[in-house]
Write a protein that binds this ligand. Structure first.
Ligand SMILES: *[C@@H]1O[C@H](CO)[C@@H](O)[C@H](O)[C@H]1NC(C)=O
Ligand SMILES: *[C@@H]1O[C@H](CO)[C@@H](O)[C@H](O)[C@H]1NC(C)=O
Ligand SMILES: *[C@@H]1O[C@H](CO)[C@@H](O)[C@H](O)[C@H]1NC(C)=O
Ligand SMILES: *[C@@H]1O[C@H](CO)[C@@H](O)[C@H](O)[C@H]1NC(C)=O
Ligand SMILES: *[C@@H]1O[C@H](CO)[C@@H](O)[C@H](O)[C@H]1NC(C)=O
Length: 540
């Protein structure tokens, strides 16, 4: 990863320079390949957005909480993976940003920033340590305290029920997501969450980025549970089958999601009046040329990336091209499955960072090893900056969320929203992640609290939402990834996405505001439309 990134740096620096020149050149500029309009920060504030549009920032349990073995929490597959030294920097989430102990101070910082909402996730093995059965009161209590703290400042809790960290006990017992037994255990777990927290939590997400988890965990072996089969993984995994398991895991995620939504709708929603959805990683894929092959390849890529999970939810089946290519390796939905699957969401979360240009890669069918997701989709990808990937996923996984290599493509968020409108009946959507990383490895651009690039990135993407809203896209909210520096899923402690810096070298894990905190605070302060009087509970 480091090697890939360092190759990218020169291009990125040039690209950002190019971008800054354009943004500061005037109020309204044409940007790159798109005709989108970028508005300078002086002219952009939340007043430009509908009054009920939600602005927030996010995190996830394993990435910020720490206290991994405290108060009865047992391991998730992430603990096992990091303790086996499988992350690039050998980091673990044992302490992470220590939010488990510092949540009160963090909520104060959120309030000072003017966030409407905080997106966080619940650690399943903190509240049900063995994955099913006994509930851990201390674990339950932590989230009650966090939610109460948020509510006392008028900050909405937007809660992800499963953000990659499946209990290790279920992995040991029946290989977690690979077994249909998972569905029942997941449903019992979310039942506890709805029952305990649903009076205060009005926005639930079942899974975060199932399209990354299936690929990283079951095809490439780069994410927990680290399964893959030769020659498909990025390393030799001790277990797995890359040709089938990503699709089986994805299928069980969809059925678990549908069961959770069904439970919420029949048992809780009427009374609690919340909403429930799922959050997908949502890159945009533009054809590299106008050739029919490349156009078809970019459509195929979108179907394998977004359609894999969204087609079943909206249209009731996997995309036709996936069924054709994956064939008998793709599980079928029964009539009974479909009863609860189709339409099982109130909103769709989108994690949107960037775009790729896609080129067709002729399919190989001659191989004794068969085909995995990568060969099934058979495309190659190109970043805006001209860096060619060997194939889409190998590059994506190697560089996942590494903002250092992320070109700034605010038009990609518009393309994704337009695609949701045209192909998926314009569901209510929320940008659940968007943000910019700086890495420790990049000497020309060391992490700094003077994070001009991050400000430019966030501003450009937020501004890009306005033409989409005017264009009829049903977009309801935007969350920066991340509220504070995290243990990153790719890159551990070498990638920093936070608005707040966390000093990971220091036991206290002190927080320091980067300049982007000031920018977001100013952006959010130009309001007056929302009654934030509950904020008076906090005075410095
Ligand atoms: C992985 O396994 C293959 C086949 O057994 C072998 O050729 C290759 O050298 C192994 N690679 C690593 C990194 O161990
Ligand atoms: C799903 O159904 C199709 C069409 O009936 C069939 O060809 C395919 O083999 C089935 N797949 C599985 C995994 O059963
Ligand atoms: C932050 O960096 C930008 C350019 O990278 C520079 O113009 C600005 O003066 C810096 N601000 C501070 C407070 O150092
Ligand atoms: C607005 O919608 C039209 C039709 O879907 C599309 O061609 C255009 O690119 C959209 N513009 C934006 C900014 O999304
Ligand atoms: C905000 O709400 C509080 C308590 O409900 C109320 O006393 C206050 O008048 C409201 N302020 C505005 C500006 O509406």
């Amino acid at each position: 990863m480091v090697r890939v990134l360092s190759k990218l740096n020169c291009c990125i620096v040039f690209f950002l320079f190019f971008f800054l020149v354009h943004v500061y050149a005037g109020d309204v500029v044409d940007y790159g390949r798109s005709s989108s309009i970028i508005i300078t920060s002086e002219r952009l504030s939340r007043l430009d957005f509908p009054p009920d549009f939600v602005f927030g920032a996010g995190s996830s349990a394993y990435q910020v909480e720490g206290a991994a073995a405290e108060d009865g929490r047992k391991p998730s597959i992430w603990d096992t993976f990091t303790h086996a030294g499988k992350t690039p920097d050998k980091g673990t989430g044992d302490i992470a940003a220590d939010q488990y102990h510092q949540y009160k101070d963090d909520v104060k910082l959120m309030h000072k920033m003017g966030l409407d909402a905080y997106r966080f996730s619940i650690s399943w093995s903190r509240i049900i340590p063995d994955g099913r059965g006994a509930v851990n009161p201390k674990g339950l209590n932590y989230y009650n305290n966090l939610i109460n703290e948020l509510v006392s400042y008028g900050i909405e809790a937007h809660v992800t029920l499963s953000h990659f960290d499946i209990p290790q006990a279920l992995e040991d017992e029946y290989e977690g997501l690979l077994s249909p037994k998972f569905i029942e255990d997941f449903t019992a777990y979310v039942d506890v969450c709805f029952k305990e927290y649903g009076d205060r939590v009005k926005s639930w997400m079942t899974f975060n980025e199932p399209n990354a988890l299936t690929l990283g965990g079951y095809d490439m072996g780069m994410m927990p549970p680290g399964r893959c089969s030769y020659p498909f993984g990025v390393s030799n995994c001790s277990k797995g089958d890359s040709t089938t398991e990503p699709y089986v895991a994805g299928h069980n995620i969809l059925l678990s999601h549908a069961a959770a939504v069904h439970l919420y709708r029949t048992k809780y929603q009427e009374k609690q009046k919340g909403q429930i959805g799922i959050t997908l990683l949502a890159f945009w894929f533009e054809p590299m040329t106008n050739s029919p092959q490349d156009v078809a390849a970019s459509k195929r890529m979108l179907d394998f990336h977004i359609g894999w999970f969204l087609d079943p939810l909206v249209h009731g089946n996997y995309p036709a091209i996936m069924r054709k290519i994956v064939g008998s390796r793709l599980p079928n939905f029964t009539k009974n499955d479909l009863k609860h699957l189709k339409g099982s969401f109130d909103f769709i979360g989108l994690n949107q960072y960037s775009a790729f240009y896609i080129k067709d890669l002729p399919r190989r069918s001659d191989d004794q090893y068969g085909s995995d997701y990568v060969r099934d989709v058979s495309v190659t990808g190109l970043y805006e900056n001209g860096m060619l990937a060997k194939d889409f996923t190998r590059f994506l996984i190697a560089d996942q969320k590494a903002g250092e290599g992320w070109p700034v493509t605010p038009w990609s968020i518009q393309r994704v929203l337009d695609y949701m409108k045209l192909k998926y009946k314009n569901p209510a959507s929320v940008i659940h992640e968007n943000g910019y990383a700086m890495t420790d490895n990049d000497l020309s651009n060391p992490p700094t609290r003077n994070d001009t690039e991050r400000i430019e990135f966030i501003q450009a993407y937020i501004a890009a939402l306005l033409p989409s809203i005017r264009n009829g896209s049903n977009i309801r909210g935007y969350f920066v990834w991340s509220f504070l520096d995290c243990f990153e899923v790719a890159g551990g402690y070498t990638n920093h996405f936070g608005l707040y810096e966390v000093d990971f070298k220091n036991k206290e894990r002190r927080r320091y505001p980067k300049q982007s905190v000031q920018w977001y605070t100013n952006f959010l302060a130009k309001t007056g439309k929302k009654n934030r009087s509950t904020g008076s509970l906090y005075s410095e």
